[in-house]
Design a protein around this ligand. Structure first.
Ligand code: GRF
Length: 197
């Protein structure tokens, strides 16, 4: 089963997943492998990292499309190139695009995302700043199945971290990101087991 990882920037979650797939021998044990790393931004740093790892990469530059539907259609065509059996797990990892309902429907049940908050709290952007401003004592990250409703969908994994006195959005983001790198590979492995690999 191919894993298609979509990124928009550093791709630190993608890197954690690639490393987990190697360390836990997903190919041999689960028949799963990272088939490609795809980005909507040509300059995404994660693309160079993936290429250096010998992974196939592709870019679908969203600025080259008139509207969301046209971008999503091209993105689906690109994903399908790496997904001959139509059973890939699509992994959004720091992918900063809102996908159309048609696109989500096409991959329903096999598209996952990681969001840097304890959903259903703080969907959307600037989650760390909002949690601090709200006086929250805890923050965290959520891995969930992607549905048409943004940052919603069945929760697969969560991690919680304390918000400490003096925390800034940056210090909290770093603490949460460390946990993201632990729960995303775990959520994917559990999904692969449950999906009959
Ligand atoms: C981070 O804010 C992370 O919390 C969220 O996407 C952003 C970039 O992640 N999931 P990555 O380093 O590109 O994986």
């Amino acid at each position: 089963r191919p894993l298609l990882i979509l990124i928009s920037g550093t791709g630190s979650n993608m890197q954690a997943i690639v490393r987990a797939a190697q360390a836990q021998r997903w190919r041999e044990r689960l028949g799963a492998y990272v088939a490609a790393v795809i980005s909507n931004r040509p300059e995404a740093k994660g693309l160079a990292w993936a290429a250096a790892e010998g992974l196939p990469t592709a870019v679908v530059d969203h600025t080259a499309f008139a509207d969301r539907a046209a971008f999503d259609a091209e993105l689906a065509r690109t994903l399908d190139r790496f997904d001959p059996l139509g059973n890939a797990l699509v992994v959004l990892a720091g992918f900063m695009r809102i996908l159309t309902p048609d696109f989500v429907q096409r991959y329903a049940g096999r598209i996952v995302n990681i969001h840097p908050s304890l959903l259903p709290a703080f969907p959307g952007l600037h989650t760390h700043r909002r949690a601090i401003e709200a006086g929250c004592r805890f923050a965290g990250a959520t891995v969930h199945l992607v549905t048409a409703e943004l940052d919603h969908g069945p929760i697969l994994e969560q991690a919680v971290v304390p918000i400490l006195p003096g925390d800034t959005a940056e210090t909290l983001a770093a603490r949460v990101l460390t946990q993201e790198h632990l729960i995303y590979p775990r959520a994917i492995e559990r999904w692969l087991r449950g999906a009959g690999a």
